[in-house]
Design a protein around this ligand. Structure first.
Ligand SMILES: *Cc1c(COP(=O)(O)O)cnc(C)c1O
Ligand SMILES: [Zn+2]
Length: 414
């Protein structure tokens, strides 16, 4: 394994792999996982990875801070390697020559969060954790419940009682102990930290457990590998990547993934990263626009529940991801998110609101002249539209109902 320890994302202090579990003991900030790049270079290459057949995140095992997770053939091995879908008419409509959707709704529990949960579960098994807990707006919990079920580890999920029904159904069906909190995500988050300590459970929380970004970075690996011709000795990075931001952990993970590849010399540039929030939950965007280093909490309200966060738990690293790559944070109206759900459907992409927000952000970026027409652009679709059917129906409008006669049909189709 090429995992050598951690480095605090704020104070820069380094810790050994066995010294800490979650955050920096000095200042409570998020820890970056440190890898031994020389050892990775010695044991793996673009060619050794691309020539394997493993169609999951585990094809990147030499770049992950966990060992083989076992449980071969279970849903743990169905995470990732989601398709990169070429956009046709939507790209044309935006006057872009090369645009793709990374369709992460196609993961086992239908969201990007499976990447993080799979790696956290692998870590939990390695350290002998008996139970894993997480706070979640829904998807992280569903992903943990699913991956924990695949590995046979008990999971406890705390989610706001307002979480969309489909996500709660997943939690229950995957057999997790589900506790809905009469409060918001931020309150569930704080409670889960206390519970983890009280009951000695391993905590998956986003923007707290350092292994979530290590799972999420695999999407960056896949984007580059999938954009490259087979047999290439280097991978191709796109010019820009658009992804929605709640806690800021996905964009941080993508940034880590591109940095890993750049450090290894496997790509020649890091894409500009664009983080998209709802105007109703825009704490990171506010800090970006103010040029601030600190993030002020907001009182979030947006229909995009997966990115409805008062205090982003990984906001500083998210800010750094967009600043260091010369991307931007962009906030969009909920109305534009609903519209984006409908637009994406025209290319057979069915996105939940938080996922569609990334596309609404691309539309805004095109309007502001932030992307050039010949750039390669990837929009990450972070969750399936089936996660939130009422939102989809709001976007779609009502279907026409008729008498079962040809005359009635003729009347509506003409
Ligand atoms: C969790 C989630 C996000 C946001 O990820 P963060 O790490 O919280 O920024 C976006 N879209 C979907 C569908 C999600 O589940
Ligand atoms: Zn620190």
């Amino acid at each position: 394994m090429n995992f050598i320890g951690y480095q605090c994302s704020k104070c820069g202090v380094q810790y050994g792999a066995a010294d800490v579990t979650y955050t920096c003991p000095e200042d409570g900030s998020n820890l970056d996982v440190r890898l031994d790049y020389a050892a990775i270079r010695a044991s793996a290459s673009v060619d050794s990875i691309s020539s394997q057949r493993e169609p999951s995140i585990w094809r990147y095992l030499p770049l992950l801070p966990v060992g083989d997770p076992g449980n071969q053939g279970t849903q743990l091995w169905a995470v990732g390697w989601t398709p990169l879908i070429r956009s046709g008419r939507l790209a044309e409509g935006l006057k872009l020559k090369a645009m793709w959707f990374k369709d992460d709704g196609r993961n086992p529990t239908a969201s990007f969060k499976d990447r993080a949960s799979a790696v956290v579960v692998a870590r939990a098994v390695e350290i002998g954790a008996k139970t894993i807990i997480t706070a979640s707006t829904g998807n992280a919990g569903a992903a943990l419940a699913g991956m924990a079920a695949a590995a046979g580890v008990p999971a406890v999920i705390l989610a706001p009682s307002t979480a969309p029904e489909a996500k709660v159904a997943q939690l229950l069906i995957y057999g997790a102990q589900v506790i809905l909190v009469d409060g918001n995500y931020d309150q569930a988050f704080d409670l889960s930290l206390e519970a983890a300590q009280e009951f000695d459970w391993y905590c998956r929380n986003t923007g707290y457990n350092p292994f979530t970004t290590e799972g999420k970075k695999t999407a960056a690996f896949e984007i580059c590998e999938q954009l490259s011709p087979s047999g290439a000795d280097r991978w191709e990075a796109p010019e820009a990547v658009f992804v929605s931001v709640g806690d800021g952990n996905i964009i941080t993970g993508l940034h880590k993934g591109f940095k890993d590849l750049s450090e290894l010399g496997w790509i020649d540039h890091i894409p500009r990263l664009y983080g998209i929030q709802s105007i109703g939950s825009a704490a990171v965007t506010n800090a970006f626009e103010a040029g601030a280093e600190e993030i002020q909490p907001v009182q979030s309200h947006t229909m995009a529940d997966s990115i409805s966060v008062d205090l982003p738990r990984d906001g500083l690293r998210a800010l750094r991801a967009v600043r260091e790559t010369e991307g931007a944070m962009i906030a969009v109206e909920d109305g534009a998110i609903l519209e984006a759900i409908r637009t994406l459907g025209r290319e057979a992409i069915f996105a939940e609101p938080a996922a569609a927000a990334a596309y609404a952000g691309l539309e805004a970026a095109v309007e502001r002249g932030l992307v050039a027409s010949d750039e390669r652009i990837v929009v990450v679709i972070t969750g399936s539209g089936l996660k939130d059917v009422p939102a989809a129906m709001r976007a779609a409008g009502e279907a026409t109902v008729i008498e079962p006669t040809l005359k009635a049909l003729r009347d509506v189709v003409s």
